[in-house]
Design a protein around this ligand. Sequence first.
Ligand SMILES: Cc1cc2nc3c(=O)[nH]c(=O)nc-3n(C[C@H](O)[C@H](O)[C@H](O)COP(=O)(O)OP(=O)(O)OC[C@H]3O[C@@H](n4cnc5c(N)ncnc54)[C@H](O)[C@@H]3O)c2cc1C
Ligand SMILES: Cc1cc2nc3c(=O)[nH]c(=O)nc-3n(C[C@H](O)[C@H](O)[C@H](O)COP(=O)(O)O)c2cc1C
Ligand code: SF4
Length: 629
Amino acid sequence: MAAHSYGYIDENGLPTDSLVDYVAERAKGGAGLVVLGASGISHEGALNERMILNLDERIIPRYQKISDEVHKYGCLVFDQIMHAGGQLEPREGKRIVAPSAIPHEAYNSFPVELTVDEINKTINDFVQAARRAQLGGLDGIELKCDQGYLIQQFLTPYYNRRDDEYGGSYENRLRFLVETLDAIRRSVGDGFVVGIRITGDSMAVGEMNLDDAIRVCSDIENRIDYIHVNGATNSTYLGYQISHGDSSIAAMNFAHLARAIKKKVKIPVIAASMILHPYEAEQLIESGSADLVAMTRAHIADAEIVNKVTEDRVEDIRPCIICNQGCVGNHWNFSDVRCIHNAATGRERELGIGTLVKSLVSKRVMVVGGGPAGLEVARVLSARGHEVELFERNREIGGQLILAAQFPYRQGFRDIIHYLETQIRKQKVVVHRGVRVTPDDLIDANGDFDAIVIATGAELSIPPIYENVDADACLTISDAIKDDKVGGNILIVDADWRRHALSVAESLIQRQRKVTMVSSDFYVSAGADIISRVSYYSRLQNKVTFIPLSVVHAFKEKTVYLRNVLDNSIRTVKPIDQIIFATGVKPNNELYNSLKGKLSNLFQVGDCVDPLGVPEAVLAANRLARRIF
Ligand SMILES: Cc1cc2nc3c(=O)[nH]c(=O)nc-3n(C[C@H](O)[C@H](O)[C@H](O)COP(=O)(O)OP(=O)(O)OC[C@H]3O[C@@H](n4cnc5c(N)ncnc54)[C@H](O)[C@@H]3O)c2cc1C
Ligand SMILES: Cc1cc2nc3c(=O)[nH]c(=O)nc-3n(C[C@H](O)[C@H](O)[C@H](O)COP(=O)(O)O)c2cc1C
Ligand code: SF4
């Protein structure tokens, strides 16, 4: 499992017990090596407050706790140590340093050039960080030379414009890395693993390409134990997106870089990125593209992925659907890493491996609704030994995810349904399809079941605030996929924090519609994480007209009147055939409300309580199913 700053740190940047649990769970689940971090080696070099800070001796007992836990399962643990250099957002009181005073296009900062004394201090910071990792019982460190951070900045002529011994010629630009590696090795000795993570190709104008990477790797391989090959760079928005790909990015997107580097060096090479399925990992090893593979989000989605492969239970793996919502999305919104459909991620002590308690007595439970909440309740209850019958009004189970999966690059939602459906089938849950449950049905069923769980979800809705708009010309996002319903010119109102509006726009563009998007925020889909936004905007920016800071005031005779939210001025957009409102949902709670207080052991869960999204629905369902009986 590759490094991924998970959060789970205290106010001093030190790993908490949640981090210990998170990492140990992956070791318990079969991983052979987990890489912590990235960890900042100095205040100046730390990316943000969400990363581990390896600044002084206080980290050592925390590392010790992690290594003790991880080693119990025969797994190795390294820490990735890094300095961000000029790739930092300006913050009050924070000095931003880099090899040269060159700004990065994805950051609004202007770094100052490091002096030679500061370079020596930075090398020492790396050495001390490595030493503390060793004292804490870790097995090695990985020096972060990729993603455009400090070491890559030294290597790259575009960012390194120095005219002293650390800049200019290739040998001079390599000097910082060589001196850092030599100093670390002198401190930690030969028995401690020292590797690097390098960008095989930055895919950015003026930055490192494959030839540069091969040259660097060949020149330093005698100083290190392994090379972990990444790609792209965080110094550009596009690079950000490519190195944390969503489903618009090809599987194993940097494997060719690992293969090319492996051909030129003798030490082990790790391939990474978009390796999500065990058979992809197997293919890379068998074809000789790499000696090891790193899987990151696959482990976030299922801590037991390796054990499930070795036990020949591949169909039980909870798949990473490359949605980037719970992991990348949370991380870039400064929250702890989670997974959209694995409630246990980040809650290992409460919901992780071995926490499910079998019930002493098997009870009969009726679940109404076959969306993710109902399916998760059924999965957990049946795993605990209860007899579960699930009733779904549609022929197909999956709830809102069936619709969500019909938008471009969102097919992964089908995999969530498939995973849950497989599990409940194996656990012998009886599924009644095409049965709309009524209050009378529940009163009748009450005697047959020991408990009833209502998971009836939510319905798309348009808030009743659009008074001057012809109702016939208003569509919801479910209409958007019906070709005969939508005209040629569509205006989309984005009032949902997720990516619905962008998905709808992309679907319409693919079907040759002209699309205008309106948001009351500073830009469309302001609530989505930066990486998802880059992904959508890179495809839509020249095809969709974006109108920020505006709301729909009126719509008549094919003309939409938009009110600017800053000065209330009105502008018109025409011709428009229909408006699609990506404006959220309303809970479908009538069934529960009609029987509340009349039946005992009646529960409700998911969007019918709070229409927040898949992670909230799945978490509430999982907890409820552990609590009933
Ligand atoms: C287009 C779209 C995109 C989305 N994208 C995201 C996203 O990116 N991230 C995210 O987190 N969330 C997203 N969501 C929201 C997410 O799908 C919901 O939060 C989630 O499905 C809620 O699960 P649930 O099981 O509570 O409800 P639902 O998924 O609504 O399932 C409820 C089920 O109950 C059934 N039902 C209702 N009444 C009865 C009855 N009387 N008898 C029998 N069955 C009944 C329904 O048919 C349905 O199958 C999206 C939703 C949509 C529509
Ligand atoms: C939440 C999150 C945080 C990450 N942080 C780091 C990091 O600190 N250092 C690093 O080298 N890579 C980081 N990555 C990138 C991953 O190591 C990996 O390269 C990327 O997720 C693609 O691999 P995958 O498709 O197996 O997930 C992060 C990824 C995620 C999802
Ligand atoms: S949140 Fe999405 S991308 Fe992240 S690990 Fe879970 S399924 Fe994968």
